[in-house]
Design a protein around this ligand. Structure first.
Ligand code: FAD
Length: 471
């Protein structure tokens, strides 16, 4: 009997629960991807993310073909049409069983429930697995049966469950038949921007992971906050489109100590905690539907009187705010589709607490530009930065861009890469170069700061306090 595997954000064969189950239970397997252009647009899929997704689909199609399994990409336009399209596909393939991995944000949850319901009405069975996370939301509750609102206790519980569960062993996938001819190239709809700087084939992605584990993991704890260094894994685009599974990543860490997830040295244990942040935000999506509806976790903060300023927004997007570390980050994003985590935190805080612009606009701008755009991680990161989220940095703790720049980019190496106008400014002046430029380089086009940090901080904290107190 034929089974269909429905791929979404899990574009891989290794460590893929739905794949392993379908493979094990069925002689004939067919792979399916639903292209949902309208919903992807509504969800602000970045052209660079779409390009990487397309390249990855082609790599996956070749891998499947070598194992005798065809991959079909069908056009469903939007999530609403997915149930009917999947049903039609199943009937055409004469398949009675569908296998897929569940996703956690609201639209995806509803889409998946609708598919299961439609197929059931037509006598077709769905097998829904957990694969995107190391620990599923249902396993992490407080003693009172609530979900965790703070990361630290969540993380403690998450580690305990992980220790109990262990990490699964890799599974072998034998060929399902003789190789089939190379599939026709998959071309997705919509605008695309080259993602050539990122890898699409499995071997190259695994090589990037191995390189990170061998060369950078050990020093992760001390290097991860320095944007001029290649100190983080840069695996986020692969984790997001599922070409790297979290089980694969965890197994590599588990090989470092028999006491996993305890017993890791600082680099590895800090890195594991970042994977837990990712899971924390996915769990929140599952538990709190309003996060998927453009609302703040702290509902009262939705009343903040955000400023509507095209001028400030454009200066921020284009990296022309006059604050070098902010401008460097925004230019890195525009040029590469990726930004260092420390700088993501700084530009997000600046946008909200210095420019007083609504974090939701910029949350969308990030999604429209990031190669690793993840609804849950991005929403979590923005709400954390804006002070509207669960584990929010207190609203009165406002990053000072100049001090942060001195601390994390002391010689201005990162700034010099992205803000070419400042390449010759001495390190002492590069974090706030305006006076130096006035004196020594009058023709330099680098802009004056568009706001005064301490004034804007003051205004933000006062207003936010009133909003939180319902005044
Ligand atoms: P590493 O430091 O090597 O971390 C390993 C992995 O852990 C990452 O690849 C990612 O999957 C996960 N991770 C790390 N930090 C976080 C975090 N704070 N929250 C959630 N997951 C994390 N991450 C995304 O994957 N997609 C996004 O759209 C995204 N938007 C963000 C927006 C803002 C405003 C902020 C502050 C953070 C955002 N992050 C996002 C989190 C983080 O910045 C990136 O995951 C990280 O920079 C990716 O680089 P890396 O792979 O080298 O990470």
């Amino acid at each position: 009997m034929t089974a269909v595997i429905w791929f979404k954000q899990d574009l891989r064969l290794q460590d893929n629960t739905a794949v392993a189950q379908a493979w094990h239970n069925h002689e004939r397997v067919v792979a399916l991807v639903t292209q949902t252009e309208k919903t992807w647009q509504k969800h602000h899929w970045a052209p660079i993310k779409r390009d990487l997704y397309e390249r990855r689909l082609n790599a996956l199609a070749s891998e499947l073909a070598a194992l005798g399994v065809p991959l079909h990409v069908i056009n469903a336009e939007s999530y609403c049409q997915v149930p009917a399209c999947v049903l039609q596909f199943m009937q055409k393939q004469q398949a009675q069983q569908l296998y897929f991995n569940r996703e956690y944000p609201l639209d995806e949850k509803r889409r998946d429930q609708a598919v299961v319901g439609w197929l059931q009405q037509h006598g077709i069975q769905s097998h829904v697995s957990d694969d995107l996370l190391l620990v599923v939301p249902e396993r992490i509750y407080t003693g009172q049966g609530h979900y965790y609102k703070k990361f630290t206790p969540f993380y403690k519980r998450w580690l305990a469950v992980l220790a109990e569960q262990g990490v699964s062993a890799p599974q072998h996938l034998p060929a399902k038949g003789p190789p089939i001819g190379l599939p026709e190239k998959v071309t997705l709809f919509g605008d695309k921007v080259s993602s050539a700087a990122w890898r699409a084939d499995t071997q190259a992605i695994h090589a990037a992971m191995e390189q990170y584990y061998h060369e950078r993991l050990h020093d992760y704890a001390q290097n991860r906050d320095i944007p001029a260094l290649n100190g983080t894994s840069a695996l986020s685009p692969y984790i997001e489109n599922g070409s790297l599974g979290v089980a694969t990543l965890a197994r590599k860490l588990a090989q470092l100590t028999p006491d996993f997830p305890d017993g890791l040295e600082p680099g590895a244990s800090t890195w594991l905690s970042e994977l837990a942040w990712r899971e924390f935000y996915q769990h929140l999506m599952w538990h709190v539907p309003r996060l998927s509806q453009g609302k703040g976790f702290q509902e009262e903060t939705d009343a903040y009187p955000w400023v509507n300023s095209e001028e400030r927004f454009t200066a921020w997007c284009e990296g022309r705010t006059g604050f070098p570390i902010i401008d460097a980050g925004m230019r890195q994003l525009k040029a590469t589709g990726w930004m260092h985590n420390r700088v993501r935190m700084l530009v997000a805080s600046f946008l909200v607490k210095d420019l007083h612009l609504d974090w939701r606009l910029e949350e969308a701008y990030f999604m429209q530009n990031l190669v690793d755009g993840s609804f849950a991680a991005n929403n979590g990161g923005w709400q954390w930065s804006a002070g509207t989220g669960t584990d929010a940095a207190p609203y009165f703790r406002v990053f000072n861009p100049e001090r942060q720049s001195e601390k994390f980019d002391p010689a201005g190496q990162y700034i010099r890469i992205w803000v070419k106008e400042l390449a010759d400014v001495p390190a002492k002046h590069i974090h706030a170069p305006w006076q130096w430029l006035q004196q020594y380089a009058r023709a330099n086009p680098y802009p004056k700061p568009i706001v005064e940090h301490s004034q804007m901080r003051e205004l933000f904290t006062q207003t936010f306090k009133q909003v939180k107190n319902g005044l």
